[in-house]
Design a protein around this ligand. Structure first.
Ligand SMILES: [Zn+2]
Length: 342
């Protein structure tokens, strides 16, 4: 298996930095890549963290996973990238200060675009296109907490494509008790989902940990994130073994209600808890002046919905969505669902 100048032969682990482009900022955008070629042929799994630079729980889980994979026999290939957006990661920021762009929305990228466009282009051509399954770890960074598997909305749920069918299984196999999809266009236009599907790659995204949860539940989240990677390898028949999970059920939400940050910034006070059921008009949270305590804004839900584990915990400076509500689309039972994609 080859990625850029890196090459791993059967049974080898190779590490190096994938050359992307030159940056005049002094921040190096080259991407750390671990290539693992299994002793026997099989599919290729890509696990990646910190494409949003401040969202690091996946990175820690991937580093733990890499250490164990070194002594674990498996079939196929693994590409493990603990940090995709290196410039953002080194500054603890979501995007790239080099050009202000968000790499995760730019695929397939542009060979002659700005620095982030070029990074997206090289990474898409060399890494993403070589994989069969892609596990993309996100989190709430320092100001929010999340815990669910995220996947793209299906064009026609009654007639799913082969990639959509595979994704359904991977979402459940990963092992969390909750998953969600957003109606198309919820977060504005981006070319990424279509480009990745067109390349024949099945992607699931994790929104996993962050916020004050990092202190309270950090190690639990790291453990469960790593558990999910091993579950995906089982689903792809790269290793044998039983699936481990939060429990038998996985509730799938249609996350159709995003509560956006108001125009003002302030101290965020959430009035509802995860799994609370709200009616349209119920106040989900309020913003107060952090110095006087005066009420700055209330944030009611525009529609009925259940609070899924995704929400702001700290001042909303720079935040976009502060909470997500959904309706239950279905509940999957791991005891009766086929969790194998091959
Ligand atoms: Zn993210």
């Amino acid at each position: 298996m080859k990625v850029g100048h890196l090459e791993a032969k059967a049974g080898e682990h190779v590490f190096g930095y994938l050359k992307t482009t030159a940056s005049r900022s002094g921040l190096t955008p080259d991407i750390p890549v671990h290539l693992f070629a299994g002793a026997e042929p099989g599919p290729t799994l890509l696990v990646q963290g910190a494409i949003h630079g401040g969202e690091i729980i996946g990175s820690v889980a991937i580093l733990n996973f890499i250490q164990k994979l070194k002594t674990t026999p498996f079939k196929g290939n693994v590409i493990a990238v603990p940090v995709v957006n290196r410039a953002g990661f080194e500054l603890g920021e979501r995007g790239s200060r080099i050009d202000g762009k968000d790499i995760s929305r730019l695929f397939p990228g542009k060979a002659n675009g700005s620095v982030s466009d070029q990074i997206a282009h090289v990474y898409f051509e060399e890494v993403i296109k070589q994989s069969d399954v892609m596990v993309d770890f996100h989190a709430g960074a320092r100001t929010a907490y999340e815990r669910y598997v995220l996947f793209g909305a299906e064009t026609d749920p009654n007639n799913p494509t082969p990639i959509e069918l595979m994704r359904r299984k991977l979402v459940v196999a990963f092992g969390l008790d909750q998953a969600a999809f957003f109606p198309p266009g919820t977060f504005g236009p981006n070319t990424t989902k279509e480009a990745i599907e067109k390349a024949g790659v099945t992607q699931i995204t994790l929104e996993f940990g962050g916020g004050t949860g990092w202190f309270k539940n950090g190690q639990d989240n790291v453990r469960d994130a790593e558990r999910g990677i091993w579950n995906v390898m089982k689903s792809m028949r790269m290793i044998d073994g039983d699936f481990e999970s939060d429990g038998p059920l996985c509730t799938i939400y249609n996350a159709g209600v995003v509560i956006w940050k108001p125009d003002v910034d302030g101290m965020f006070v959430r009035l509802k808890r995860f799994r609370d059921e709200l009616k349209a008009g119920d106040v989900y949270a309020k913003l107060i002046d952090p110095y006087t305590g005066d009420l700055l804004a209330e944030m009611p839900t525009p529609k009925d919905g259940i609070v899924i584990p995704s929400g702001q915990e700290w001042p909303t400076i720079g935040a976009t969505s502060v909470g997500i509500l959904g309706t239950i689309d279905r509940v999957e039972d791991r005891r009766t669902t086929d969790l194998y994609v091959y």
